[in-house]
Write a protein that binds this ligand. Structure first.
Ligand SMILES: Cc1cc2nc3c(=O)[nH]c(=O)nc-3n(C[C@H](O)[C@H](O)[C@H](O)COP(=O)(O)OP(=O)(O)OC[C@H]3O[C@@H](n4cnc5c(N)ncnc54)[C@H](O)[C@@H]3O)c2cc1C
Length: 320
């Protein structure tokens, strides 16, 4: 009996969302009186023993290069087999792009109850009840899992990461990795950009910018902050910006530490994709813009005046 924490990687490095899941899994294991162990798929260049700092005692690795690329069916099969091999009773992963695609598959393979988008540790006093976000974070549901094996995916930015001391034992896990039905022939990446779903800081702009020719100041601010760029849906629909930058209910859903929204009204469909950001800064010339209600900090002003001044101040800070 143990809690198995799936530690997600990209380009041979552990994803930051995994650190939060590690903390969650370790606290959950302590709560139910068992051990927490991590599972890493593929080859990883980071020091896996250092994951002990998050409280796991063992890191199981299936170091097969086929697993360096996410193939949801193969991942689900390997994770389910790893869970069985390690006698895990709870499997925890992030509710990120990968987790969204594999959590249900893992639960089906293990005949396990599943709670996705969890936002808190389960209440295990009388049952195993997990709080999750529903309706794009507008409401909460408490879901009880009655099966012996349980799968939980954790909403990013729901849990504070705790780091301590410790070293984990890194163990090779012998799980058969079938030849995938999917063959990765090439990987095309948007070069030189911070990936939106992994970014700590996101600079986003909307129709208030009037046209694509005005995005230079957004790019400059994003560059200074080492931030990813995003936009509202009408901006992508009008081809001012590429569709992979569109955030919201029908676009990419993100949870950065800092989201800067410039010339975006704050429609509910936009907020649905960004309201899990830790800190929201809104720049809008209309003091009545709905986005200010969701903001931690607001600047009422013309973006064409505010943004260049903000960038200049940040540049000064970097140079001092
Ligand atoms: C089913 C459905 C799904 C949708 N999904 C999404 C989604 O995923 N993502 C999304 O974004 N939208 C989505 N929408 C659209 C959404 O309802 C809004 O229409 C959209 O978010 C508005 O985009 P905007 O804020 O950029 O533009 P506007 O609503 O036009 O707002 C522009 C804002 O810029 C401000 N402004 C203007 N000039 C300046 C200036 N010089 N300086 C500073 N501020 C200025 C204005 O005060 C205004 O608040 C969806 C709609 C539907 C019906």
């Amino acid at each position: 009996m143990s809690v198995l924490i799936f530690v997600d990687q990209t380009e041979n490095h552990i994803k930051k969302s995994s650190f939060e899941v590690l903390t969650y899994g370790v606290k959950l294991a302590a709560q139910i009186g068992t051990t927490a162990e991590a599972l890493v798929l593929g080859t990883v260049n980071d020091d896996l023993a250092a994951l002990g700092k998050y409280g796991v005692t063992k890191v199981h690795q299936v170091a097969n290069e086929t697993l360096n690329h996410v193939d949801t069916q193969l991942y689900a099969k390997v994770i389910a087999e790893a869970a069985t091999a390690t006698a895990a009773t709870v499997i925890v992963m992030s509710h990120n792009q990968t987790g969204k695609a594999i959590a249900a598959r893992v639960s089906a393979r293990l005949k396990a109850g599943l709670v996705t988008a969890a936002i808190a540790l389960p209440d295990t006093s009388t049952s195993f009840t997990v709080k999750r976000a529903v309706f794009s974070g507008k409401a909460f549901a408490n879901v009880s899992i009655a099966t012996a094996i349980k799968v939980i995916s954790l909403n990013p930015n729901s849990f504070h990461v705790s780091i301590g001391e410790g070293t984990a034992a890194v163990l090779a896990l012998n799980v058969a990795v079938d030849t995938s039905k999917i063959i990765v022939k090439a990987v095309h990446k948007v070069s030189g950009e911070v990936p939106l779903t992994e970014a700590d800081i996101v600079v986003s702009a909307g129709r208030g910018l009037k046209g694509p020719e005005n995005w230079g100041m957004i790019e400059e601010l994003a560059h200074e902050l080492h931030a990813a760029k995003a936009c509202s849906r009408p901006v992508a629909d009008s081809d001012w910006r590429p569709h992979h930058e569109h955030v919201g209910q029908t676009g990419v859903q993100i949870a950065p530490n800092l989201y800067i929204a410039i010339g975006i009204s704050g429609a509910i469909q936009h907020l649905a994709g960004v309201n899990r950001s830790k800190v929201i800064v809104v720049i809008n010339k209309d003091p009545e813009a709905p986005f200010f209600k969701a903001a931690d900090y607001g600047i009422v002003g013309d973006a064409f005046e505010v943004v260049p001044q903000l960038t200049a101040e940040i540049k000064k800070m970097h140079n001092s």
